[in-house]
Write a protein that binds this ligand. Sequence first.
Ligand SMILES: *Cc1c(COP(=O)(O)O)cnc(C)c1O
Length: 499
Amino acid sequence: MLYESTRGGLKSKLSAEAIKMGIAPDGGLFVPSTPVKLNPEEIYNLVQMSYQERAVFILKHFLDDYSIDEITQCVNSAYTKEKFGTDEIAPVIKLNDNVHVLELWHGPTCAFKDMALQILPHFMVKAVEKTGETDETVILVATSGDTGKAALEGFKDVKGTRVIVFFPNDGVSDVQKMQMVTQEGNNTYSIGVYGNFDDAQNGVKAIFTDDEMNDRMGKGGYKFSSANSINWGRLVPQIVYYFSAYADLLKRNEIEAGEKVNFVVPTGNFGNILAAYYAMEMGLPVNKLVCASNENNVLTDFINTGVYDKRREFKKTSSPSMDILISSNLERLLYEITEHSSWLINEWMKLLKDDGIYTVDSDTKKKISKYFWGGFSSEADTLKTIECIYNEYNYVVDTHTAVGIDVYDKYVISTGDMTKTVIVSTASPFKFNDSVVKAIFGEESIAGKDEFELLRILSEKCGLAIPVGLKDLDKREIKHKNVCPKEDMKKEVEKILEI
Ligand SMILES: *Cc1c(COP(=O)(O)O)cnc(C)c1O
């Protein structure tokens, strides 16, 4: 399997090279040059397999420059019961006869980013070995909360790598901040930035593209790479759990072999739902992919009109991991839908950069609406959904998952579609506990309480154990105390690497 850039500048790269590079030098994203197709029997055979065996089976088609042994080692190091607290890794919970929930947040940081960031470091270490690279890999991350912690945890003590995370000092939740500043490991660094997420992201981008800096990095024996979902190595592990969920439904006789299902995906950067699209293209029986947004509803408008317009107010919502106006992975979808037209991609991405808006042709729009349905949830509707689901099913969902459930309700009302549906649940309710407690027990229940107290309240009132990764977080030792002005991010990196 060879990989190529969506912008047409690079072709015929092995997966190890694509994973090591992260983003293509022409600014495009790596995608497989040829589709992977599975037959119905291969899909049916997944039923008897463990999550790890399913992962090896799916991944080997995309990473065929890795040996089966290498892939198996990566999978078995990443997806352990010790790290995920369950043999199932990504359990499917039945809500009612029609609706199931795929829980992707049992990993160490309590959000779905672990599904990819627990395995990406292993792919990367092997990629470095396979390509004869001798430099140490430095992973630079700007985060609005979830990715940073998941990257720190994933790369912790991984040989030949260092991970440096910049987060907006006053722009993440207390839980998220404590998760990052108490990070253990001898190769991990987390640094607060006086500024917002955009400042942190711009600072990281500036360092990535600083020639003089890269030159000194090379001399010091270092090379930068990325752990964001623009890296193919982060996308490909996400394909696995769509097949796994389908196999679980088959195993429990909830569906028949070949029966189509819907997936509802709470979406920000379009990485998770794109993995579902690849699964469908590989032969997984899918009826509709429901793209669920919060009030930052650029994608809803795009799917409905074919116009992508980011020129709108950025809203801070209770589902912050989906507060995003530029969904990077949409570029990969457009490349696939236009049958690999890098010419069109370059045109649209240039318009997006220069004018903040582009419009796809009617044929492309039609194809997108054939596979996708887009909707969004308002802040009030999201909280209402958490309350309703708790009252009706005694099941607690986080704000991002609630966006998905609310949009699914809107989808059913609008289409009447009664196809069996899997809602993708992306975070533990404990991670966004103030919104969850407020939604279920009312505004007064959170008054004057900090997030750490609310963890205990949520646990007691709902009879749920606090996840290991969040337990006693406020009592852990703070190991990372650096905060810097946004102008000094480069200096911080230089200090750490001593270059
Ligand atoms: C990152 C994230 C999302 C959005 O996923 P994308 O792949 O960026 O679309 C949704 N929910 C949670 C909790 C996340 O951390």
